[in-house]
Design a protein. Structure first.
Lengths: 373, 422, 126
């Protein structure tokens, strides 16, 4: 596979609204009369006066740009909200298609309000970013749904499933139950019925979530940064143990924050106890790690994995962890740790890097992704 | 298998080849434990209607194996001594571990009776009772006449001042070689509130160990709610250890206490390599926030953190396990543990076989000897002169004799009266 | 253990016991061979198993017996039989006594011939 025949697919771009008020353009009464979290109210804020100088890439910060939408004209305030800047970043990376997965505002206590916010973000994507065909760069979207409202989530999936640019369903990494538990079955069923993978991604603010780690609240930002992504595993183990993958052979889950580096050791542990758990979960028909290739993908993250200064270790580690099949490249733009393609596992050979940079994404999103020119 | 022939029968001392960093003794009777319980709790709870007071809580999550009912415990179970529950008899344990499995030193981490998470004072008293009991029944006198048993000073994570006092109380005791907190906590162990405990441990050159309890209740909740089944709860635990290790590194506790070591017990070791890489990358970018963390995390961890092997995984690929252990610092940071007598215990001979010759003895003994400052040669004792019998054949005979006796209405108790944790 | 007049243990066969003393569901232990052998009555047929688990060498015959549980739909259980499954007391690996195959994976337990003659259960070849 040559490296020039296909453009890079960036599977994780997180556009933000021009201002936090822009959401009201896409909410109807009575939801447009309520108050919502702003989209960057994080606990554990990224330090701004010392490295890395804030949550966002410098390049993504607006500089007075005025952006016109079909609903109104705005002076952009939020990093990652200016399409021209996103274009600039992505084109420099050789990206031809980008999967947008907006981060919302945290888990909302009232399930119906949370669903209203999801609807608003879906309409906003469809009305703005997904219409943008400039520059040959194609944007694809995520149907954001609220797992706290399974009926509403199914309705939202039904509403958008045939939109030509929506390629996946999106749910937060944060939840009140592991996602394999029975409360969420209807959501996965609907996603599978429409051939849509499900992306699990940390929220863009803090609402009514539980502690982000097993040992409560990290005191420092670096601890939060190092630990919070591992929440993926509790969901993954739950999908397996509850038989969700056995129930839905076509279900595909994408963990969009990373955490791939911890996958393999954790799965070995799960494999070890699987033989004895038939009396508890006889519906788990395969060794847990055998579910991975068919059902799970991880977006890349440049803050994990062996150092690039040890290329032999990188190559061996990738082989032992099946990295070339399980990873899909995603920059994470506009966060400060956004990764360029050349920063991701440069030691791997062309064939493996092509898989990660566009091959696995094409396979994952199948007919919903066009072959690039 | 460590063979008897490799040890000169005439020698007065014997080289230490196997240090087992995780053994779980239990009281043989309730009385044996209660007599060590401090007041006012002893009178308040353990004299009248004491059966009404739950000391154990539901293991989270329970599985038919974990109670030992499938054959580790029960009548004639593999780990069942002639009287008492699995792990309750010092001589029987010595036979099984030291003779049958070739273990030289056993480090005892009591893990019965859940901590009192709602009351710091009771929790501290409970730790005191545990230490009193361990010293009297396992570390001193006839039970430890061979000198092979060492112990961990249990302290409560809810009150670091009380923990420091407990450490001071036992410091200098020849058999207590580390302090020890249960890992189920909503505050990670590098946090500032633990300073008095770190100070006391460091002052007395005692490593600080942690071991998960995983009982039911809010402290076993994950960030996304409560998992349903054992098969998912088990691998979830490694993340508790990952949090504690990360906290100790970024809070810079090893910079403040250069002689302090942190030992993660029953978290396993296959995740250490990826953690070293991850923390190094995070530190390279974000270290300005934590000036107290002055050195590269992978260096700090190799020097100051130890990871006990159990439960050792069985990855499918050839070389997977040993490569991940090498990436995780097997040469200095990984120490053997068995978790005897729990259901998923790792026998020393089996673990030895999984490891390459080049660093086998580092993991099986040397790393632990250095971490705990234990002698690399020990006096020859009567256990060395006991020929390992045929433990499996004996176990079979014992089992069937006990089953026959049980069906005839006498013999050892049907189920362990103390719920085994893992 | 009693034996009838005409059947004795030989170096490679052992009288285990009387059939009447080993009804379906029961088992006994014969301390022969390297590890000993467990002899099981599985629904009227006898099986003999080396007391050594192929997983990590546990004393397999110290384990308990369980009914068969088939792979099933989520939250459904398909239980059959009573005591066909032997579970190792160490890590709980399970083996079907009828054919020696582990319930998951590919490991097998070592089995021996057992015959019934003149009302006696006889273990052979150990």
């Amino acid at each position: 596979m040559g490296t020039d025949t296909q453009g890079v697919v960036d599977a994780a771009v997180h556009p933000r609204m021009l201002t936090s008020q822009q959401i009201y353009d896409y909410l109807r009464q009575p939801y447009s009369g309520l108050v919502y979290n702003s989209p960057n109210r994080f606990f554990h804020p990224t330090p701004t006066g010392i490295p890395p100088f804030g949550e966002w890439l410098e390049q993504s910060r607006p500089d007075g740009e005025v952006v016109t939408t079909s609903a109104g004209t705005y002076t952009a305030r939020e990093p990652g909200s200016v399409p021209a800047r996103t274009h600039e970043y992505l084109r420099a990376n050789g990206v031809s298609q980008a999967v947008l997965n907006p981060t919302l505002r945290g888990l909302v206590p009232a399930a119906d309000q949370g669903s209203a916010i999801c609807s608003a973000y879906n309409e906003w994507q469809a009305a703005t970013w997904l219409q943008d065909e400039s520059d040959g760069l194609r944007f694809l979207g995520t149907i954001r749904v609220n797992p706290m409202d399974p009926e509403g989530a199914v309705a939202e999936i039904e509403r958008w499933a045939d939109h030509p640019r929506m390629v996946q369903v999106g749910v937060p990494l944060e939840s009140h139950h592991p996602y394999g538990q029975r409360y969420y079955l209807a959501i996965w069923k609907a996603a599978v019925a429409h051939g849509l993978p499900v992306a699990v991604k940390a929220e863009g603010g803090v609402g009514v979530e539980y502690f982000p780690t097993m040992t409560g609240m990290p005191r420092t930002h670096i601890e939060f940064s190092a630990l919070h992504r591992d929440r993926f595993f509790f969901h993954l183990a739950s999908f397996i143990a509850e038989g969700t993958f056995d129930r839905f052979p076509d279900l595909r889950i994408v963990f969009a924050d990373g955490g791939f580096d911890m996958l393999t050791p954790a799965m070995w542990r799960m494999d070890m106890d699987w033989p004895i758990t038939r009396t508890e979960v006889p519906w788990v028909k395969q060794v847990p790690s055998d579910y991975l290739r068919q059902h799970v993908r991880f977006v890349t993250n440049r803050l994990e994995g062996p150092p690039d200064s040890e290329p032999e270790t990188v190559v061996e580690w990738a082989r032992r962890t099946d990295a070339a099949h399980l990873l899909v490249y995603g920059s994470g733009y506009p966060v400060w740790s956004s990764a360029r393609p050349d920063q991701i596992l440069p030691a791997l050979d062309d064939e493996d890097r092509d898989r990660i940079l566009w091959g696995n994404a094409h396979e994952l999103y199948a007919s919903r992704l066009a072959a690039t020119r | 298998m460590v063979s008897a022939e490799s040890r000169d029968p005439q020698a007065a001392t014997v080289p230490v080849r196997v240090v087992d960093c995780d053994v779980h003794p239990v009281p043989a009777t309730m009385e044996e434990f209660i007599e060590h319980y401090p007041e006012p709790f002893r009178s308040r709870y353990f004299t009248r209607y004491r059966e009404d007071v739950p000391l154990s809580f539901l293991l989270y999550t329970p599985h038919s194996n974990t109670g030992g009912n499938q054959g580790m415990g029960g009548p004639g179970g593999y780990a069942m001594p002639p009287r008492g529950g699995a792990g309750s008899d010092p001589d029987f344990l010595a036979q099984q571990l030291c003779v049958d499995n070739g273990v030289d030193y056993c480090i005892m981490n009591p893990l019965f009776f859940r901590p009192r998470h709602w009351d710091a004072e009771w929790d501290a008293a409970h730790a005191t009772a545990t230490n009193n009991w361990l010293a009297a029944n396992w570390l001193e006198g006839r039970a430890n006449r061979h000198g092979r048993y060492f112990g961990s000073i249990q302290v409560s994570s809810m009150d670091a001042q009380a923990a420091a006092r407990e450490v001071e109380r036992w410091a200098g005791h020849p058999a207590f070689i580390q302090s020890y907190m249960l890992a189920d906590s909503f505050v990670p162990f590098g946090a500032p509130q633990f300073e008095p405990l770190l100070k006391a441990s460091a002052r007395h050159d005692l490593p600080l160990a942690t071991h998960l309890y995983r009982h039911s209740g809010i402290r076993s909740m994950t960030p996304v709610g409560f998992p349903s089944y054992h098969v998912e709860a088990l691998p979830n635990w490694i993340f508790t250890y990952i949090c504690h290790v990360t906290s100790t590194v970024f809070e810079g506790i090893f910079d403040r206490y250069p002689n302090l070591k942190f030992v993660a017990v029953e978290g396993g070791c296959e995740w250490v390599g990826p953690l070293l890489w991850r923390l190094d990358r995070q530190w390279e970018e974000l270290r300005a926030e934590v000036p107290q963390s002055t050195r590269r995390p992978s260096e700090v961890i190799r020097e100051h953190v130890r990871f006990a092997t159990q439960p050792l995984c069985e990855p499918p690929g050839r070389g997977d396990l040993t490569r991940f252990m090498e990436w995780g610092g097997a040469e200095e940071a990984i120490v053997f543990s068995s978790d005897y007598p729990h259901y998923d215990f790792d026998p020393a001979p089996w673990v030895t076989q999984q490891l390459p010759e080049s660093w086998r003895d580092r993991v099986m003994a040397k790393n632990a000897l250095e971490t705990y400052g234990l002698p690399a040669e020990r006096p020859r004792d009567y256990l060395d002169d006991i020929e390992p019998q045929n433990p499996r054949k004996q176990a079979g005979e014992r089992r069937y004799a006990a089953l026959a006796a049980a069906s005839a209405g006498h013999g050892n108790a049907e189920t362990p009266w103390i719920e085994s944790a893992d | 253990m009693t034996s009838s007049h005409s059947v004795r243990s030989t170096p490679t066969s052992h009288v285990v016991g009387r059939v009447d003393d080993l009804p379906p569901g029961s088992s006994t232990f014969v301390p022969v061979g390297k590890f000993g052998v467990g002899v099981y009555n599985v629904g009227g047929e006898f099986r003999a198993v080396t007391n050594y688990c192929p997983h990590r060498g546990g004393p397999l015959c110290v384990g308990r017996r369980y009914p068969v549980i088939e792979p099933s739909e989520p939250y459904q259980f398909e239980v059959s039989g009573e005591d066909e499954i032997l579970k190792c007391p160490w890590h709980g690996w399970e083996f079907d006594l009828r054919d020696g195959v582990s319930e998951v994976g590919t490991k097998r337990i070592r089995m021996h011939r057992v015959r019934v003659e003149d009302g006696l259960v006889i273990l052979e070849g150990v």
